[in-house]
Structures are given as structure tokens and as C-alpha cells.
Write a protein that binds this ligand. Structure first.
Ligand SMILES: [Ca+2]
Length: 528
């Protein structure tokens, strides 16, 4: 199935219909027949993991965005915990998802640390450990992709069987025709009700492509949209932001329907409901970058039976690698060796708001290779430490192009291939020589210094690099030590001067770069 899944991802990028009839026929629910409902075990909680595709933390109502409406994310937060400092370890689809599955920093996962990589079975994943402990698993939407799952030694369908159900209407342009919530409902009806369940809702939205004007047509006012400082404040960008927000609302509506299904099945309070994303917004200086708009994630968790004093905001620094140990602890399953995440259970039980656990004062994130955007598939290695006051970034190969080369065509993403193609990217490229665009263009598309330092509390959009300012020399030295101590403790090859990622294969490289695939992309691009 991996090729089919990759195909789906590719078509989603093009805003086209993403599922074929073969997928439909493989998704019929397995009916369970029993005369009487067996007694439901309440000893172990269910897990509903809702993850959007490319959403930055700022874009929820409760997070303060002036335009978006996310009542269901907000409900989960108000009836659970809103995490104000939640990060993905790697702002790229499959490595982010691999770190969720394994509870390990992406640099520990060999090829699993790359987009279009593979996750070997030698890295235990929480879904299979829960299956072994009696859980029923299932999923809908986007799972662990893009990745090669075709080898005996790689995980296949790591989230379990897909319950994808096609929509019975034509969705707005750019939105996948998968009725996620009905798929979940079918799963809930058909599951073995004597067992706890673990379900993955991987929304295809708000990944590009977008239907231009979807946001405005739905009633959003582009004039009221909040444009980050690093993007040009022009109509086309305001519309692009609204189109992105529109797709987050699509995700939120499905979350709402799934909450209703849980209520109808009497499982709401016995389910750990997580709502988050895999990486930040698909705009310049966001997704696939070291900055906050790339790695700082929305996160709300509701667990009626397991969170003390719901309605709290917790400011501790948490990481996607913390989910797997949390779920395993909640299910009373022993943690396998190798997990570098820390269970969130003490934060659930504390009943406290603000900074709860003093040891959670920072996270370390990074990225090696996103798409094939540089000759020979060179990576753009970076590691980043995020604290309450500062972000420090180490770019290990400053002579390379951070977002892909200006002369290197990365298939459907064009040049600068690590920035997703779309209205904002096109606008900035077309206007790159305008006087008022030059600086913003250089920040998002140009080469970067070896070190960057931002005072995040004063400069939340990370516009002013303080790395060479002597006033911050001591702060920088402290941050470097903290970051490198963590890298050493968790075995990051990069801190030891090694770079195994350069030699790892890029699954489907040939299709990605040329031939029929490229022709097909170009043809379909014309029709968008
Ligand atoms: Ca993504």
C-alpha cells in the first residue's frame, strides 16, 4: 500500500481527488456479531489522536487568531489542558510522525529521520505495543507517509487498518474527499467493544494545495487576517492565509463530529483525546525551517477520567516524542528501551497551571532533509534549542541553500523546493527584486549564517538575529551547552561530527524528479 499512500499524498498536493475505488473497497468495516454487549473494561483508556497536516500553534481560536473558528479544539482545551509550548522535534511530515510513533528524537531513527525515508522495526512503536497489550487500532486519512513501508524490516500500516470513507459530495477545491468522521464512526460501531482502542485521525488538511479564495468565500475577512512579520502584508498573502485557516476549520469540524461519536458510545471520558499537528504552516520561514512557525505546535489534550482540574494552560516545554511514553504509561505497558520522550502523566495529574515541571524548560528540534531540493540530495542540517526567552539555531552547513537551490527544480515544488509551492511563495518570487521585498525574500529564501539567536519573548516572529551581538555572548554559550548536552545524551550523530543522512536513500526519488511523474504534475498544475 505505500505507493498508493504516496500517490494519495501527491494528489492531495495537487488539490485533486485523492482516493480510488480500490481504496473504497478495502475500507468496509468488519462487522462484529454478538447478541449482548460484553462488559466494557474501564481499566485502560482509549486513545484518539487527531493530527492536522501543516498547522502552526498560533492558528486556533483559543490561541488568539483573530479570524479562525476552532470551537472543537477549544473545547478539548477547556475540558482538558492547553499546552502553550508544544513542539514537534522535526518540521517535516514523516520524521515528525516517526517521532510520535517511537517516542524518540528523529536523529535516533536512521532513515526514519528523513522525509521519504523508512522506519525499521527495530524501533518499537506505541501502536504495536498497545496492540500487543490488547488494544484495537485503526486510522483514517494520512498515516506515516511519505515513506517506504515495503520491506520486511520496515513497519507497514503502523497505525492499523484504514477506515477511510469517501465523501458523498464534492469537497471544496484543495480539500481531500475523505469523510474522516464517518470513517471513525464506522470503526466505533464495528470494533470489539471488550477492548480499548487506539485510533489515528491524520487529517490531509491544511496541507497545500488550496482553492484560492476558499477562505474569503466561506466568510472570512482577509483584511482581518494576522500576517506574520516575515511575510509581505499584501492581499494575495492575506487570502492565502485565509485559505490555510479554512482548511484548519475543516479539520476542526471533523474533530467535533468525532467527539460527538465518543459521547454517543459512552467513551468520551475514558478516551485520551489529543489534537495537534505534525509541523507548521506551509509558508516561507515556517514549515521545514528551524523557526517557531515550523515547529511550535497547537496541542490540546482531553482525558475526562485522567486529567485533574481541567481547563488549565500548561507552559511546560513538551515534544511530540512525549506522546508515546504517555500512552504506554496510561495503558500500563512497559516502556521499551530507546525512548527519549517523557510521559506527560505528571502534568495531567498535577492540577497546576503555568510551569509545572521545572525540568521541562526547553526542547531541542532539528531537520536534515525534507524534499530532494539540492543537487545529490544534500541535506540542510540544523539543530535548535527553544526556551522561554530564546531560540538558538546552529546551521551546520551554511554554504548550502536552506530551502533548496534557486537553480534546482524539485518537482512540483519548483525551485527553492523546501518551500511548498503556493500563492505566497509565487508572489515573493515574482517580487523578489522589489525594494520592499528584498529583505523578506533574503530571510526566507536566502542562505543563512551558521548561528542564529532570537529573543523570542521580545521578537516572537524571530526577525532580529542576535547571534553576533556581544551582549548575548553568555546567553548563547549557555544555550549551546544545553543543546549539545542534550544531543550527546540522546546520541545525535551530528554533534559528534557525523552525517549518516547524506547516504540514506530518498524513496521514489526518480519519480519525484522527472519523467512521467513530473509531466503529470506540470499538466495538472495548469488546471489548478
Ligand atoms: Ca505535514
Amino acid at each position: 500500500m505505500p505507493k498508493q499512500l504516496h500517490r494519495r499524498d501527491f494528489l492531495k498536493l495537487l488539490g485533486a481527488s485523492i482516493l480510488g475505488t480500490s481504496a473504497l473497497s478495502s475500507c468496509k468495516p468488519q462487522q462484529k456479531h454478538s447478541l449482548a454487549l460484553p462488559e466494557i473494561s474501564r481499566n485502560k483508556p482509549n486513545i484518539l489522536f487527531c493530527i492536522s497536516d501543516d498547522q502552526s500553534w498560533a492558528h486556533t481560536s483559543i490561541g488568539g487568531d483573530p479570524v479562525i473558528k476552532t470551537p472543537h479544539f477549544d473545547r478539548v482545551a477547556k475540558e482538558g489542558v492547553l499546552f502553550s509550548n508544544s513542539f514537534t522535534g522535526c518540521p517535516s511530515c514523516s520524521p515528525s510522525r516517526a517521532s510520535v510513533l517511537t517516542g524518540q528524537d528523529f536523529w535516533r531513527l536512521e532513515e526514519g529521520g528523513l522525509l521519504f525515508g523508512r522506519l525499521k522495526k527495530k524501533f518499537p512503536i506505541y501502536t504495536k505495543l498497545l496492540e500487543n497489550a490488547g488494544y484495537v487500532t485503526g486510522m483514517t486519512g494520512k498515516g506515516y507517509i511519505p515513506a517506504n513501508q515495503s520491506f520486511d524490516y520496515t513497519w507497514k500500516e503502523p497505525f492499523g487498518k484504514s477506515w477511510d470513507k469517501l465523501t458523498d459530495f464534492k469537497p471544496p477545491k484543495g480539500v481531500a474527499n475523505v469523510d474522516y468522521a464517518t470513517g471513525f464512526n464506522n470503526f466505533m460501531d464495528a470494533r470489539d467493544k471488550t477492548k480499548p482502542f487506539c485510533f489515528w485521525f491524520g487529517c490531509w488538511e491544511p496541507h497545500r494545495a488550496y482553492g484560492y479564495g476558499n477562505g474569503a468565500r466561506s466568510g472570512m475577512s482577509p483584511d482581518e487576517a494576522k500576517v506574520p512579520e516575515f511575510l509581505p502584508d499584501v492581499d494575495v498573502v492575506r487570502n492565502d492565509v485565509c485559505d490555510y485557516l479554512f482548511e484548519i476549520q475543516w479539520f476542526d469540524q471533523h474533530v467535533g463530529r468525532m467527539l460527538k461519536t465518543l459521547e454517543e458510545h459512552g467513551e468520551l471520558d475514558n478516551t485520551i483525546i489529543v489534537v495537534t499537528s505534525d509541523n507548521g504552516m506551509p509558508f516561507p520561514r515556517a514549515k521545514a525551517t528551524a523557526y517557531h512557525y515550523g515547529v511550535h505546535m497547537p496541542l490540546a489534550i482531553r482525558w475526562g477520567n485522567g486529567i485533574d482540574k481541567p481547563g488549565r494552560v500548561v507552559d511546560d516545554y513538551v515534544n511530540h516524542i512525549d506522546f508515546a511514553p504517555t500512552f504506554l504509561e496510561a495503558a500500563r505497558v512497559d516502556l521499551p528501551e530507546g525512548i527519549t520522550g517523557k510521559s506527560l502523566m505528571n502534568l495531567f495529574k498535577s492540577g497546576e497551571s503555568g510551569q509545572v515541571d521545572k525540568s521541562r524548560s526547553m526542547v531541542v528540534t532539528g531537520l536534515e532533509r525534507h524534499v530532494w531540493a539540492r543537487p545529490e540530495g544534500k541535506t540542510y542540517p540544523r539543530r535548535v534549542i527553544h526556551t522561554k526567552e530564546f531560540t538558538y539555531i546552529r546551521n551546520y552547513e551554511p554554504d548550502r541553500w536552506p530551502m533548496g537551490g534557486p537553480d534546482f527544480e524539485a518537482s512540483h515544488q519548483g525551485t527553492f523546493g523546501d518551500i511548498d509551492a503556493g500563492a505566497t511563495k509565487s508572489y515573493m518570487m515574482e517580487h523578489q527584486n522589489d525594494e520592499d521585498m528584498k529583505e523578506l525574500f533574503a530571510m526566507s529564501f536566502g542562505k543563512l549564517p551558521a548561528e542564529e539567536l532570537y529573543a523570542i519573548d521580545k521578537d516572537p516572529d524571530q526577525m532580529m538575529n542576535l547571534a553576533d551581538d556581544p551582549k548575548y555572548a553568555k546567553v548563547k554559550a549557555r544555550l549551546i551547552k544545553q543543546m549539545e548536552d542534550y544531543q550527546k545524551k540522546t546520541g545525535d550523530p551530528r554533534v559528534f561530527g557525523k552525517s549518516p543522512w547524506d547516504d540514506y536513500p530518498f524513496y521514489d526519488k526518480d519519480k519525484y524528479l522527472r519523467g512521467k511523474y513530473l509531466e503529470e504534475v506540470l499538466e495538472q498544475r495548469k488546471s489548478l
